[in-house]
Write a protein that binds this ligand. Structure first.
Ligand SMILES: Nc1ncnc2[nH]cnc12
Ligand SMILES: [Zn+2]
Length: 374
Protein backbone atom coordinates (compact mmCIF):
# COMPACT_ATOMS: atom_id res chain seq x y z
CA UNK A 1 0.00 0.00 0.00
CA UNK A 2 1.31 3.43 -0.85
CA UNK A 3 0.94 6.23 1.54
CA UNK A 4 0.85 9.82 0.37
CA UNK A 5 1.91 12.42 2.88
CA UNK A 6 -0.77 15.07 3.04
CA UNK A 7 -1.43 18.14 5.10
CA UNK A 8 -4.14 20.71 5.26
CA UNK A 9 -3.79 23.73 2.98
CA UNK A 10 -1.02 22.02 1.12
CA UNK A 11 -0.79 18.73 -0.59
CA UNK A 12 2.64 17.24 -0.35
CA UNK A 13 2.39 15.94 -3.88
CA UNK A 14 1.69 19.30 -5.46
CA UNK A 15 5.17 19.28 -6.96
CA UNK A 16 4.90 16.73 -9.71
CA UNK A 17 8.65 16.27 -9.59
CA UNK A 18 8.59 15.58 -5.85
CA UNK A 19 6.12 12.77 -5.79
CA UNK A 20 6.56 12.15 -2.11
CA UNK A 21 5.18 8.79 -1.26
CA UNK A 22 6.54 5.88 0.54
CA UNK A 23 5.58 2.44 1.60
CA UNK A 24 3.37 2.78 4.69
CA UNK A 25 5.63 0.52 6.78
CA UNK A 26 8.73 2.56 6.04
CA UNK A 27 6.68 5.74 6.52
CA UNK A 28 5.76 4.60 10.06
CA UNK A 29 9.40 3.75 10.69
CA UNK A 30 10.59 7.19 9.51
CA UNK A 31 7.88 8.85 11.61
CA UNK A 32 8.89 6.91 14.72
CA UNK A 33 12.61 7.73 14.47
CA UNK A 34 13.65 10.28 17.13
CA UNK A 35 14.58 13.04 14.72
CA UNK A 36 16.78 16.04 15.50
CA UNK A 37 16.04 19.12 13.45
CA UNK A 38 18.99 21.53 13.09
CA UNK A 39 17.85 23.74 10.25
CA UNK A 40 14.45 25.36 10.60
CA UNK A 41 13.89 29.11 10.46
CA UNK A 42 10.94 29.78 12.76
CA UNK A 43 9.89 32.66 10.52
CA UNK A 44 9.86 30.12 7.69
CA UNK A 45 7.16 28.16 9.53
CA UNK A 46 4.66 30.99 9.04
CA UNK A 47 1.80 29.36 7.15
CA UNK A 48 -0.31 31.51 4.79
CA UNK A 49 -3.35 31.05 7.03
CA UNK A 50 -1.54 32.32 10.16
CA UNK A 51 0.04 35.07 8.04
CA UNK A 52 -3.37 36.35 6.92
CA UNK A 53 -4.87 36.02 10.41
CA UNK A 54 -2.06 38.04 11.99
CA UNK A 55 -2.08 40.63 9.19
CA UNK A 56 -5.78 41.28 9.90
CA UNK A 57 -5.32 41.31 13.67
CA UNK A 58 -2.30 43.63 13.59
CA UNK A 59 -3.65 45.79 10.75
CA UNK A 60 -0.68 45.13 8.51
CA UNK A 61 -1.36 45.94 4.86
CA UNK A 62 0.06 43.26 2.59
CA UNK A 63 1.34 44.35 -0.85
CA UNK A 64 -1.64 45.41 -2.99
CA UNK A 65 0.25 45.22 -6.27
CA UNK A 66 1.05 41.50 -6.02
CA UNK A 67 -1.93 39.20 -6.73
CA UNK A 68 -0.19 36.48 -4.72
CA UNK A 69 -1.30 38.33 -1.58
CA UNK A 70 -4.96 38.08 -2.62
CA UNK A 71 -5.65 35.06 -0.36
CA UNK A 72 -3.83 32.29 1.54
CA UNK A 73 -4.51 29.98 -1.42
CA UNK A 74 -3.00 32.34 -4.02
CA UNK A 75 0.02 32.90 -1.79
CA UNK A 76 0.53 29.17 -1.41
CA UNK A 77 0.25 28.76 -5.18
CA UNK A 78 2.96 31.42 -5.65
CA UNK A 79 5.27 29.39 -3.40
CA UNK A 80 5.29 26.67 -6.08
CA UNK A 81 7.07 29.01 -8.45
CA UNK A 82 10.11 30.31 -6.58
CA UNK A 83 12.87 30.98 -9.04
CA UNK A 84 15.78 31.42 -6.61
CA UNK A 85 16.75 32.00 -2.99
CA UNK A 86 16.23 35.75 -3.40
CA UNK A 87 12.79 35.28 -4.95
CA UNK A 88 11.81 33.25 -1.88
CA UNK A 89 13.40 35.75 0.53
CA UNK A 90 11.26 38.53 -0.94
CA UNK A 91 8.12 36.68 0.28
CA UNK A 92 9.79 35.55 3.50
CA UNK A 93 10.55 39.10 4.66
CA UNK A 94 7.12 40.43 3.68
CA UNK A 95 5.50 37.49 5.47
CA UNK A 96 7.24 38.08 8.76
CA UNK A 97 6.09 41.73 8.81
CA UNK A 98 2.81 40.49 10.35
CA UNK A 99 4.64 39.37 13.51
CA UNK A 100 4.37 42.17 16.04
CA UNK A 101 3.51 40.95 19.54
CA UNK A 102 5.06 38.25 21.71
CA UNK A 103 1.82 36.27 21.26
CA UNK A 104 2.36 36.28 17.46
CA UNK A 105 5.84 34.81 17.80
CA UNK A 106 4.48 32.27 20.26
CA UNK A 107 1.65 31.25 17.90
CA UNK A 108 4.12 30.87 15.05
CA UNK A 109 6.54 28.71 17.03
CA UNK A 110 3.72 26.70 18.58
CA UNK A 111 2.39 25.86 15.12
CA UNK A 112 5.88 24.64 14.18
CA UNK A 113 6.19 22.51 17.33
CA UNK A 114 2.78 20.92 16.75
CA UNK A 115 3.88 19.84 13.28
CA UNK A 116 7.25 18.73 14.65
CA UNK A 117 5.51 16.55 17.25
CA UNK A 118 3.37 14.89 14.55
CA UNK A 119 6.54 14.20 12.56
CA UNK A 120 8.40 12.61 15.46
CA UNK A 121 10.89 15.35 16.21
CA UNK A 122 12.65 14.70 19.52
CA UNK A 123 14.93 17.74 19.56
CA UNK A 124 14.94 20.97 17.54
CA UNK A 125 17.60 23.67 17.26
CA UNK A 126 15.68 26.51 15.71
CA UNK A 127 16.86 29.66 13.92
CA UNK A 128 15.40 33.12 14.19
CA UNK A 129 16.27 36.43 12.50
CA UNK A 130 16.23 39.23 15.11
CA UNK A 131 17.49 41.95 12.75
CA UNK A 132 14.44 41.51 10.53
CA UNK A 133 12.22 42.29 13.54
CA UNK A 134 14.31 44.94 15.26
CA UNK A 135 14.46 47.02 12.05
CA UNK A 136 10.63 47.06 12.09
CA UNK A 137 10.56 48.33 15.68
CA UNK A 138 9.83 44.97 17.32
CA UNK A 139 12.16 44.44 20.25
CA UNK A 140 14.43 41.44 20.72
CA UNK A 141 12.77 40.86 24.11
CA UNK A 142 9.35 40.56 22.41
CA UNK A 143 10.63 37.98 19.92
CA UNK A 144 12.43 35.99 22.57
CA UNK A 145 9.47 36.01 24.98
CA UNK A 146 7.15 34.52 22.34
CA UNK A 147 9.57 31.85 21.16
CA UNK A 148 10.57 30.91 24.71
CA UNK A 149 6.93 30.43 25.77
CA UNK A 150 6.30 28.08 22.82
CA UNK A 151 9.48 26.12 23.49
CA UNK A 152 8.50 25.56 27.13
CA UNK A 153 5.06 24.37 26.10
CA UNK A 154 6.56 22.02 23.48
CA UNK A 155 8.83 20.52 26.12
CA UNK A 156 6.06 19.95 28.64
CA UNK A 157 3.32 18.88 26.22
CA UNK A 158 5.32 16.91 23.63
CA UNK A 159 8.66 16.22 25.33
CA UNK A 160 10.43 18.04 22.50
CA UNK A 161 13.67 19.62 23.71
CA UNK A 162 14.82 22.68 21.81
CA UNK A 163 17.44 25.41 21.58
CA UNK A 164 17.45 28.82 19.93
CA UNK A 165 20.07 29.99 17.42
CA UNK A 166 20.24 33.68 16.58
CA UNK A 167 20.99 34.29 12.89
CA UNK A 168 22.59 37.33 11.30
CA UNK A 169 21.45 38.56 7.92
CA UNK A 170 24.37 38.60 5.50
CA UNK A 171 22.68 41.06 3.11
CA UNK A 172 22.75 43.76 5.81
CA UNK A 173 25.88 45.83 6.49
CA UNK A 174 28.36 44.07 8.78
CA UNK A 175 28.31 46.95 11.34
CA UNK A 176 24.54 46.44 11.65
CA UNK A 177 25.13 42.76 12.46
CA UNK A 178 27.79 43.65 15.01
CA UNK A 179 25.63 46.24 16.75
CA UNK A 180 22.76 43.72 16.96
CA UNK A 181 25.16 41.13 18.39
CA UNK A 182 26.30 43.71 20.98
CA UNK A 183 22.79 44.71 22.10
CA UNK A 184 22.37 44.30 25.84
CA UNK A 185 19.30 42.07 25.43
CA UNK A 186 21.12 39.86 22.93
CA UNK A 187 24.17 39.50 25.14
CA UNK A 188 21.90 38.74 28.11
CA UNK A 189 20.20 35.95 26.13
CA UNK A 190 23.61 34.41 25.38
CA UNK A 191 24.67 34.69 29.01
CA UNK A 192 21.49 33.09 30.35
CA UNK A 193 21.60 30.27 27.80
CA UNK A 194 18.22 31.32 26.33
CA UNK A 195 20.08 31.49 23.01
CA UNK A 196 22.93 29.01 22.59
CA UNK A 197 24.51 29.98 19.31
CA UNK A 198 24.68 32.03 16.15
CA UNK A 199 24.03 31.41 12.47
CA UNK A 200 24.36 33.29 9.18
CA UNK A 201 21.57 33.35 6.62
CA UNK A 202 19.72 35.33 3.90
CA UNK A 203 21.10 36.01 0.37
CA UNK A 204 24.25 33.95 0.09
CA UNK A 205 25.94 35.52 -2.93
CA UNK A 206 27.78 37.92 -2.92
CA UNK A 207 28.28 37.86 0.84
CA UNK A 208 31.09 35.40 1.60
CA UNK A 209 31.46 34.04 5.13
CA UNK A 210 34.76 35.79 5.86
CA UNK A 211 32.92 39.15 5.95
CA UNK A 212 31.48 38.07 9.30
CA UNK A 213 34.67 36.98 11.05
CA UNK A 214 34.46 39.59 13.77
CA UNK A 215 31.07 38.42 15.03
CA UNK A 216 32.06 34.77 14.88
CA UNK A 217 35.28 35.38 16.78
CA UNK A 218 33.38 37.26 19.46
CA UNK A 219 30.87 34.40 19.63
CA UNK A 220 33.66 31.85 19.94
CA UNK A 221 35.18 33.81 22.83
CA UNK A 222 31.80 33.75 24.59
CA UNK A 223 31.65 29.98 24.15
CA UNK A 224 28.65 30.14 21.78
CA UNK A 225 27.86 27.42 19.25
CA UNK A 226 28.45 28.45 15.62
CA UNK A 227 26.93 27.49 12.31
CA UNK A 228 26.48 29.24 8.94
CA UNK A 229 24.62 28.74 5.67
CA UNK A 230 27.21 27.89 3.02
CA UNK A 231 27.17 26.06 -0.29
CA UNK A 232 23.42 26.49 -0.85
CA UNK A 233 23.51 28.82 -3.88
CA UNK A 234 27.04 29.99 -3.15
CA UNK A 235 30.17 28.16 -4.31
CA UNK A 236 31.94 25.34 -2.49
CA UNK A 237 34.66 27.84 -1.45
CA UNK A 238 32.12 29.39 0.93
CA UNK A 239 32.07 26.09 2.84
CA UNK A 240 35.85 26.08 3.20
CA UNK A 241 35.84 29.76 4.21
CA UNK A 242 33.11 29.22 6.80
CA UNK A 243 35.22 26.45 8.36
CA UNK A 244 38.52 28.35 8.17
CA UNK A 245 37.49 31.90 8.97
CA UNK A 246 34.34 31.53 11.09
CA UNK A 247 35.36 28.30 12.84
CA UNK A 248 31.85 26.95 12.45
CA UNK A 249 30.94 23.64 14.03
CA UNK A 250 28.20 22.89 11.49
CA UNK A 251 27.42 23.88 7.90
CA UNK A 252 23.84 24.66 6.89
CA UNK A 253 23.00 23.12 3.50
CA UNK A 254 26.54 22.43 2.24
CA UNK A 255 25.18 20.49 -0.72
CA UNK A 256 27.91 21.81 -2.98
CA UNK A 257 30.53 20.12 -0.80
CA UNK A 258 30.53 17.13 -3.15
CA UNK A 259 32.18 19.32 -5.82
CA UNK A 260 35.47 19.29 -3.89
CA UNK A 261 36.69 15.82 -2.99
CA UNK A 262 39.46 17.07 -0.70
CA UNK A 263 37.08 19.25 1.27
CA UNK A 264 34.55 16.41 1.42
CA UNK A 265 37.21 14.21 3.02
CA UNK A 266 38.20 16.97 5.42
CA UNK A 267 34.59 17.53 6.56
CA UNK A 268 34.22 13.77 7.09
CA UNK A 269 37.50 13.59 9.05
CA UNK A 270 36.61 16.55 11.26
CA UNK A 271 33.13 15.13 11.87
CA UNK A 272 31.42 18.40 10.98
CA UNK A 273 27.67 17.99 10.45
CA UNK A 274 25.82 19.33 7.41
CA UNK A 275 22.18 20.30 7.93
CA UNK A 276 20.71 19.47 4.53
CA UNK A 277 17.25 20.58 3.41
CA UNK A 278 16.15 18.51 0.40
CA UNK A 279 12.75 20.02 -0.45
CA UNK A 280 14.18 23.52 -0.03
CA UNK A 281 16.97 22.76 -2.49
CA UNK A 282 14.47 21.68 -5.13
CA UNK A 283 12.01 24.52 -4.54
CA UNK A 284 14.78 27.12 -4.69
CA UNK A 285 16.22 25.55 -7.85
CA UNK A 286 19.56 24.58 -6.35
CA UNK A 287 18.90 21.13 -7.85
CA UNK A 288 16.17 19.97 -10.21
CA UNK A 289 15.29 16.83 -8.24
CA UNK A 290 16.01 15.28 -4.83
CA UNK A 291 17.86 12.48 -6.63
CA UNK A 292 20.47 15.05 -7.72
CA UNK A 293 21.49 15.71 -4.12
CA UNK A 294 24.80 14.11 -3.10
CA UNK A 295 23.21 11.99 -0.36
CA UNK A 296 24.86 8.81 -1.58
CA UNK A 297 28.25 10.56 -1.88
CA UNK A 298 27.92 11.85 1.69
CA UNK A 299 27.08 8.37 2.96
CA UNK A 300 29.95 6.77 1.05
CA UNK A 301 32.44 9.38 2.30
CA UNK A 302 31.16 9.19 5.91
CA UNK A 303 30.12 12.83 5.88
CA UNK A 304 27.66 13.36 8.73
CA UNK A 305 24.41 15.09 7.89
CA UNK A 306 20.93 15.68 9.23
CA UNK A 307 17.76 16.12 7.16
CA UNK A 308 15.74 19.26 7.79
CA UNK A 309 12.81 21.38 6.62
CA UNK A 310 14.43 24.88 6.37
CA UNK A 311 11.23 26.91 5.79
CA UNK A 312 8.44 24.32 5.98
CA UNK A 313 5.52 26.68 5.35
CA UNK A 314 7.14 27.87 2.12
CA UNK A 315 8.57 24.64 0.76
CA UNK A 316 5.55 22.39 1.16
CA UNK A 317 6.94 20.02 3.71
CA UNK A 318 7.97 19.53 7.31
CA UNK A 319 10.80 17.26 8.41
CA UNK A 320 9.03 13.94 7.79
CA UNK A 321 8.18 14.99 4.23
CA UNK A 322 11.90 15.60 3.71
CA UNK A 323 12.75 12.16 5.15
CA UNK A 324 10.16 10.56 2.85
CA UNK A 325 11.44 12.44 -0.19
CA UNK A 326 14.99 11.27 0.51
CA UNK A 327 13.79 7.73 1.01
CA UNK A 328 11.87 7.77 -2.24
CA UNK A 329 14.89 9.05 -4.16
CA UNK A 330 17.61 6.91 -2.54
CA UNK A 331 15.85 3.86 -1.05
CA UNK A 332 18.08 3.93 2.02
CA UNK A 333 18.46 0.87 4.21
CA UNK A 334 17.29 0.72 7.83
CA UNK A 335 20.95 0.76 8.87
CA UNK A 336 21.56 3.91 6.81
CA UNK A 337 18.55 5.62 8.42
CA UNK A 338 19.81 4.56 11.83
CA UNK A 339 23.20 6.11 11.01
CA UNK A 340 21.63 9.37 9.81
CA UNK A 341 19.57 9.71 12.99
CA UNK A 342 22.54 8.82 15.15
CA UNK A 343 24.65 11.50 13.44
CA UNK A 344 21.83 13.99 14.06
CA UNK A 345 21.70 13.12 17.75
CA UNK A 346 25.49 13.19 18.18
CA UNK A 347 25.73 16.46 16.24
CA UNK A 348 23.09 18.17 18.38
CA UNK A 349 23.98 20.88 20.84
CA UNK A 350 22.18 19.37 23.81
CA UNK A 351 23.61 17.60 26.85
CA UNK A 352 24.89 14.03 26.96
CA UNK A 353 21.94 12.86 29.04
CA UNK A 354 19.45 14.01 26.39
CA UNK A 355 21.57 12.45 23.66
CA UNK A 356 21.57 9.18 25.63
CA UNK A 357 17.76 9.23 25.85
CA UNK A 358 17.42 9.80 22.12
CA UNK A 359 19.96 7.10 21.25
CA UNK A 360 18.02 4.67 23.45
CA UNK A 361 14.79 5.54 21.61
CA UNK A 362 16.56 5.18 18.26
CA UNK A 363 17.78 1.67 19.10
CA UNK A 364 14.32 0.72 20.33
CA UNK A 365 12.65 1.92 17.11
CA UNK A 366 15.14 0.04 14.94
CA UNK A 367 14.66 -3.11 17.03
CA UNK A 368 10.86 -2.88 16.87
CA UNK A 369 11.02 -2.35 13.10
CA UNK A 370 13.19 -5.45 12.71
CA UNK A 371 10.62 -7.41 14.74
CA UNK A 372 7.87 -6.11 12.45
CA UNK A 373 6.23 -4.10 15.25
CA UNK A 374 6.55 -0.60 13.73
N1 LIG B 1 17.16 28.70 2.74
C1 LIG B 1 17.60 29.84 3.26
N2 LIG B 1 18.81 30.29 2.89
C2 LIG B 1 19.27 31.43 3.37
N3 LIG B 1 18.60 32.19 4.22
C3 LIG B 1 17.40 31.79 4.63
N4 LIG B 1 16.52 32.34 5.47
C4 LIG B 1 15.45 31.53 5.54
N5 LIG B 1 15.63 30.48 4.73
C5 LIG B 1 16.84 30.61 4.16
ZN1 LIG C 1 18.11 27.97 5.93
Amino acid sequence: MLCYVKRSLRSMCKYFHINVMCNSKIHSFLQALPKCEHHIHLEGALSPSILFTLAARNQITLPQDDPAFGSPESLLARYDRFTSLDDFLHYYYIGMSVLVHAADFEALAWDYFQNAAKDGVAHAEVFFDPQAHIERGVTYETVLAGFTAARKRAESQFGISSELICCFLRHLPVPDCISTFELEAVQASFKSGAVIGIGLDSSEKPFPPEMFQEIYHKAEKLGLRRTAHAGEEGPVEYIRNALDTLHVERIDHGVRLAEDKGLLQRVAKEGKLLSVCPLSNVLLRCVTAISELPIRKFLDANVKFSINSDDPAYFGGYILDNYCAVHEAFQLSVEEWRGICEAGIEGSWCGQARKGEMLGKLNAVVREFALGNV
